[in-house]
Structures are given as C-alpha cells and as structure tokens.
Design a protein around this ligand. Structure first.
Ligand code: URA
Length: 216
C-alpha cells in the first residue's frame, strides 16, 4: 500500500499518530520539563525516520549465521545535523540516537527582542561539508529569521543538500524560509495558525528553549 503524500511545496507534514499524540502532550502548559524533554527526544527520533527516508545506501557483503549475503547500509558519517542553539539541542539528541554516526555542527543565534532578527554568536561545523548532506534542526520555525540565517551560513560551505527539521511552524515562518531558500525541504509535525506580535507561534507550545531546559 502506498503512503499518503503529505508534501506540499517542499513542506513535509509528519502527521504520524505517534508524532501527533506526543506533540499534543508537549503543548500542554502543565507538562513538566523532564516530560517535555523526553517527548521531544521521542518525536525527534520519529522525525529522523522521515528526514532520512531518501538517504543513499550502499551494498555491503556480510556473513549471517547461515551464509554470505549482500545487504544495505547507510553511511551515517555523510550526514551532518546542525543544531541552532539553544533549543535545537532538544531535537539533536533524539536524531543522534537513531543516526549515531552523524557529524554535528552548531550555530549560536539569539533573537534580538526588538527587531526579532537573528544575531550570530557561535559557528562550528565539521570539515569537508561539500561531501555531506546537512539537516538543520530547531524546534520552532516562527519568524523564520534564525532558520534563514543558519541556512545561509551553511549554504556558503556548499553541502550536497540541506533540509530543515522543526517541530512546529506557522504560515509566516514557512513563507520566509521558502522565499529565501526555496530549495530547502521543510519537515514539521504541525503548521499552526499564526505568529503573535512577539514572534511566538499560536497556539504553539511557548518558548521551546525554556521548556526544554526549565529556565522560565
Ligand atoms: N521560539 C519559541 O521557542 N517559541 C515560539 O513560539 C516561537 C519561537
């Protein structure tokens, strides 16, 4: 049976019931920090499953207990997860637990509270990016400014491909990212109604970083 295609205009909505159920639990304001972090970890593993669906595989010869066979393997080292600090860490952990060989990059960006523009304070990427596929992760694609800034920086290193994974987004965030980086596929568990005047997603789940780290 073929899978329903939930990709519209380079946006892949991961609407698997397990993802949706866990996302609903995360949205609840009384979810504890520990519970929120655990759920984000689990959702991220499931999102990793979708985002790596077209990863190249190679044939390798192995010995089963009964005979020799040619089997498929991925080369996790060809993949780089780039976490937008600090909230990206929450997704990164889950993704690394299913692709442990992946390399990791970090981009430190904070949002200027007045202009809502992204300001960079840290950038570290693995070597030889030209040979790798990059997945940039951040739980919230809200104004889109951080995602655009991060992807612009990564693109300058000329990776083979770039995808963006978030937990939640909204029409404004998608529009900004699509306008600036139309070639980048977006993976999200939900597209919420709108942004508020402070750049928060509604109905959303609040400040993802505060909820992951308990810093509110
Ligand atoms: N960042 C968050 O953490 N939450 C939002 O709703 C928007 C941006």
């Amino acid at each position: 049976m073929s899978r329903p295609d939930n990709s519209i205009d380079h946006v892949h909505l991961v609407d698997h019931p397990l993802v949706q159920h866990k996302l609903t639990l995360m949205r609840k304001k009384d979810a504890s920090t520990n519970n929120f972090r655990t759920l984000l970890n689990e959702v991220s593993m499931l999102m990793a499953y979708e985002v790596t669906r077209d990863m190249p595989m190679q044939d390798v010869e192995i010995e089963t207990p009964l005979e020799t066979m040619t089997a498929k393997m991925i080369d996790g080292k060809k993949l780089v997860f780039v976490s937008i600090l600090r909230a990206g860490t929450g997704i990164l952990d889950g993704m690394l637990s299913v692709v442990p060989g992946a390399r990791v990059g970090h981009i430190g960006l904070y949002r200027d509270p007045k202009t809502l523009q992204a300001v960079e304070y840290y950038f570290k990427m693995p070597k030889d990016t030209q040979e790798r596929d990059v997945v940039v992760v951040d739980p919230m694609l809200a104004t889109g400014n951080s995602a655009v800034a991060a992807i612009t920086r990564v693109k300058a290193l000329k990776p083979k491909s770039i995808k963006f994974v978030c937990l939640l987004t909204c029409p404004e965030g998608i529009a900004t990212l699509r306008k600036m980086h139309p070639d980048v596929e977006i993976y999200t568990a939900a597209i919420d109604r709108q942004l508020n005047d402070h750049g928060y997603i509604l109905p959303g789940l609040g400040d993802a970083g505060d909820r992951i780290f308990g810093t509110q």
